[in-house]
Design a protein around this ligand. Structure first.
Ligand code: GEK
Length: 241
């Protein structure tokens, strides 16, 4: 697995973060070393796919990157006649995802689309995953995105939404940010890499607080909403339609 050294070099890019070819190349390493609970989120998505995906329905992986959640669903779906639609608007991600899916031996049909999730048609879904991607949409687009997901789901369908979150108590928020930086240091990111990445993500990754997520999910018509996974300032919400 190629190692993420994007922000390590003396002349490291100081431009805003982008999902470029260079990022796609080191992406699995970057996520493992940057997102506390990432591997647990992927494992959980697999377990939940086994329980929630219904025969003849569609599953969506919105902001699929290299398709980790797509493959977790693909290898755990037991219902027949399902189709997974994986969407990412970064050409480098979608192209690599397509190649990874083509090499994978899972039997469930997968379609990889290079496109904006804001334009995606969502219909007849029994499971939708948005793993760490809503945070990259403009805040003004988020409520309508979640509403379109809710409208495209079958009753009883499951939406998994994973995000970096902020905490409203400033002391707790600062504590969790520090603990997240310690997590990154333990995964061999230097202080310089951590601060450069933080600057590059400013205004690119805009996290919401937990109440905003839960209220938005409830207002969109999800009947049951709760956190099923949390590790430091990263949370994953389960919402049942
Ligand atoms: C995983 N889910 O491994 N439309 C489509 N894709 C988008 C959009 C958009 N408007 N905005 C951002 N993306 C993956 C990890 S990464 C998380 C998801 C991270 C895509 C973007 O190109 C990138 O591939 C992905 O969302 C976010 O479980 O990098 O922290």
């Amino acid at each position: 697995m190629a190692r993420d050294q994007i922000y390590a070099g003396e002349h490291a890019d100081e431009a805003p973060f982008e999902f470029s070819e260079a990022v796609a190349e080191v992406f699995p390493d970057m996520l493992e070393r940057s997102i506390p609970g990432y591997a647990d989120s992927i494992r959980g998505i697999g377990s939940l796919a086994r329980r929630y995906v219904k025969a003849g329905s569609r599953c969506y992986d919105l902001g699929c990157s290299l398709g980790a959640a797509t493959l977790a669903m693909r290898h755990n779906i037991t219902a027949s006649g399902c189709r997974i639609i994986a969407i990412d608007n970064a050409p480098a991600m979608a192209a690599r995802c397509r190649a990874i899916v083509a090499e994978d031996d899972g039997e469930v049909a997968v379609e990889v689309i290079c496109g904006d999730v804001l334009d995606a048609e969502i219909a007849d879904a029994s499971m939708v995953v948005m793993n760490y991607t809503l945070q990259f949409l403009q805040p003004a687009d988020r409520a309508s995105m979640v509403q379109r997901i809710a409208d495209g789901m079958r009753p009883g369908g499951l939406f998994i939404l994973s995000e970096k979150v902020v905490h409203n108590d400033p002391a707790i928020d600062a504590m969790l940010v520090e603990l997240h930086h310690d997590f990154k240091r333990r995964h061999a990111y230097s202080d310089l890499e951590i601060s450069r990445k933080r600057a590059a993500l400013e205004n690119v990754l805009i996290p919401d607080d937990i109440a905003t997520h839960e209220q938005r999910l409830e207002a969109s018509g999800f009947q049951h909403v709760g956190i099923w996974l949390k590790n430091l300032n990263f949370a994953s919400f389960a919402a049942i339609r």
